[in-house]
Design a protein around this ligand. Structure first.
Ligand SMILES: Cc1cc2nc3c(=O)[nH]c(=O)nc-3n(C[C@H](O)[C@H](O)[C@H](O)COP(=O)(O)OP(=O)(O)OC[C@H]3O[C@@H](n4cnc5c(N)ncnc54)[C@H](O)[C@@H]3O)c2cc1C
Length: 374
């Protein structure tokens, strides 16, 4: 029997792979998503759910602009997903607040945002002194030194977003293949031969969106993905009465009332476990900011691995030696989901590469003088 043929095979059904695959299917392409098994590392199922712009791109303005572009697209992206599937991705964009425990923290955060605004005045923010913070969030501790507010920030339910994208993808004719991790990719007269855990597919194009496994897959199509895991731990409380109208980097309340407390950044290899000391620190930070959390019950906690490039910036690249093979890597797959569907997918479908993506090539890692930093 001959191998099933597709226009495009996407390796990886996490937030990045599903967002791109949904955009491709929406554009009328015949697409298969080969996803991993339940035991695979899946940041898409363990993240904090922020659609966050403020502070990103301090040393690479296009990253700030790319994040904001996605954040601006999120509202219609979420509405379309809900219309097509009935699943509400839970997106809200009331603006986000970075909370500061000390005046030094606030000054440093302000300096960073000011340096970004100096390059692009449309990236706006406000400095909140303790009184202004209290006015916006009455439950915030008076002991905080204030915070930074930016209207570009928001949050969403990552799990509902993933489910909505999976469903919408299939409604547009896409083929989702769980427990079908890609083992090998080779060339074929018609493009590529993709060998998975259960069989072989043939496609004119392939997209590598397999999270941390992109490091292994990229060399099969002549690319380099120097990525490493960075663990984050998150805790969730029981549902509480609404007390927080804005997402923050350390605490956010979902529309259902649960409160996410996060998160850490630990260089511990592929260990996605939890540790008492990190969880104690996360709890301390949350309680310091919101004293009412002191008696909240923690109902769930987990660790998950971010997919980090050496400079923290994303990679969107087509292979020079294997045209038609694309690589997609980022550590803000919730934030960037809307742009991945609306902008990256049309490029991969055959459109022109958007100019804003210029810095986001993996070849920057072979020439350190070209490196940018987040
Ligand atoms: C603690 C934590 C907090 C975070 N908070 C935020 C946040 O607030 N906002 C934000 O924007 N981002 C956040 N992120 C990042 C976000 O979760 C990731 O950017 C996003 O999930 C990356 O998506 P991905 O599809 O590249 O990888 P993943 O979500 O890891 O998905 C990879 C997929 O590929 C599959 N796979 C693996 N190997 C193969 C293979 N060989 N073949 C086929 N499939 C394969 C896996 O099964 C998986 O489904 C956070 C991440 C962590 C860990």
């Amino acid at each position: 029997m001959s191998a099933p043929r597709f226009d495009i095979v996407v390796a990886g059904g996490g937030l990045v792979g599903m967002a791109i695959a949904y955009g491709l299917a929406r554009a009328g392409k015949r697409v298969a998503v080969c996803d991993g098994a339940d035991g695979a590392h899946r940041a898409a199922r363990g993240n904090f759910g922020l659609v966050w712009v403020q502070g990103k791109g301090g040393r690479c303005l296009p990253y700030a602009q790319w994040s904001r572009e996605s954040s601006q697209r999120w509202s219609s992206f979420a509405a379309q997903l809900q219309r097509e599937t009935g699943v509400n991705p839970g997106f809200e964009r009331p603006g986000g607040i970075e909370l500061c425990e000390t005046r030094e923290e606030r000054d440093a955060a302000q300096q960073l945002l000011e340096s970004i605004r100096a390059q692009d005045p449309s990236l706006t923010y406000e400095v909140l002194d303790p009184a202004a913070l209290k006015a916006r969030i009455p439950s915030a501790s008076a002991a905080l030194a204030g915070g930074l507010y930016s209207p570009h920030d928001g949050h969403a339910s990552p799990l509902h977003t993933l489910r909505a994208m999976q469903q919408a993808f299939q409604q547009h004719g896409g083929t989702y293949l769980p427990r079908n991790e890609v083992r090998e990719i080779g060339t074929h007269n018609d493009g590529f031969e993709v060998i998975t855990a259960t069989g072989t597919l043939v496609a004119q194009r392939v997209v590598l969106a397999a999270g941390l496994d992109n490091a292994r897959l990229a060399p099969m199509v002549g690319m380099h993905a120097p990525i490493s895991p960075l663990r984050g731990q998150i805790m969730v409380t029981e549902r509480l009465a609404p007390f927080l109208d804005y997402p923050t980097l350390v605490v956010r309340q979902t529309p259902e009332g649960s409160v996410l407390l996060g998160d850490s950044a630990e260089d511990v290899g592929f260990d996605d476990g939890q540790t008492r000391s990190v969880m104690a620190d996360i709890a301390r930070r949350a309680r310091t900011a919101f004293p009412l959390l002191a008696h909240a019950r923690i109902v769930r906690a987990w660790g998950a691995l971010r997919i980090m490039t050496p400079d923290g910036l994303p990679v969107y690249e087509e292979s020079r030696s294997h045209p038609g093979a694309f690589l997609a890597i980022c550590h803000s797959g919730v934030t960037l989901a809307a742009a991945h569907t609306d902008v990256i997918a049309p490029w991969i479908a055959g459109g022109t590469r958007p100019a804003i993506l210029q810095p986001f090539v993996a070849t920057r890692f072979s020439n350190p003088t070209d490196a940018h930093h987040v």
